[in-house]
Design a protein around this ligand. Sequence first.
Ligand code: HAM
Length: 422
Amino acid sequence: MSYQKVKGTQDLFEQLALKYRYVEQVMTSMIKKFGYREIITPIFENTDVFVRGVGDDTDIVKKEMYTFKDKSDRSITLRPEGTAAVVRSFLENKMYASSNLTKLFYFGPMFRYERPQAGRFRQFNQFGIEAFGDSSPLLDADVINSAYQIIKRLGINNITLKINTIGDFSSREKYALALKKYFQPEISNFCSDCQSRLERNPLRILDCKVDQDQPLVKNAPKIADYLTIEAKEYFNKVLETLDSLKIRYEITPTLVRGLDYYTDTVFEFVINSQDETNNLTLCGGGKYSDLIKSFNGPDLPGIGYAFGIERLIYVLDTQNLLPSLDLNADVVIIGLDDKAKTASLQLANLLRTNGYTCELDYKNTNMKPQFKVAENKKARFIIIIGEEEQQNNSYTIKNTFTKAQISIPQSGIIKYLEENLL
Ligand code: HAM
């Protein structure tokens, strides 16, 4: 019997694990500058959190959730996204009581039963943010700006910010009626999901993965024609603020996003390139005015987004943007007899606790395999401890860059490294 990972999952190790941590570090350090603080919620929640939050007509809830009964017969779901869980926590912990504006970020695994392909997994990682409590177009623009600054810091090229407004509740009600009328005569040519969406939530037809390329979808009525004056003004102010921050965007009337909670501003950062990453959405988000209220919370708006980490790494790799992430050793210690091996471990301890990366071969006392370790670890210095060094209380130290080899007193090792390891 062979053991294999579950379809759509990945093992992250060596370079891939380093890339994951690199991306995490860049994103979290940037978002902290925008005043966001970390939240770590459980990986599973009561199923209702996502059914209520994401919407029971969405692909995520209808087809993609990992839902199971626990031993007490509770329905549990592995989180398919972060927003609903963060809203649940925001309310349960009454975070709204201590601040008018709560800004949170998260980084971690999400689970969706989707068809795996390049940049699409069943367990994937998201970096996301949510800001609760403030309804200002300036906040919308600054949220988008924070994603833009992360993209800039990572150096990503060929990326387009697509933006749209789906209006407030009353704009959307009028729009839904218009879509229903428009699709009705042709609905038999659509997939069975879209046929049931027509009655319940015709907006979802616009982002159906099966029917999205149908000309009828492309030529469907546009939300812009159904917006209230307030919704139009709000959107214009978001765009003006983006202009003032010199962030370019493409207004995309068909962008509605695949989750039900959005109102007003929605956006995505999408790759637009000649290579295989073309059309990948790296980040998606938007405003949600009614989600917190729908969880029986206060009437507070929220806005946020999430990046897909695997897609980000895929694009960074394709665009050759990852710095060297090798964990090279500063020092490899070579011990030439059993006593020297113990001395090597003591020296390694001294060097590590003084901040140097230090490795050694625990078993071999021959030169050759130990030099091999130094080569593999790309050590900057090799310290040799043999009989002579032990008698003289000295170390032989070799600079692998200049190839120079000298003898130094044991007591001078830290000073030597301080002066020579730049
Ligand atoms: P979403 O568009 O479903 O939004 O996902 C956000 C991002 O997660 C996508 O743009 C993509 O990069 C990544 N992603 C989604 N599914 C997969 C997958 N199967 N494999 C790899 N990457 C994937 C949300 O999840 C919202 N909660 C975002 C948000 C936060 N809106 C407001 N606040």
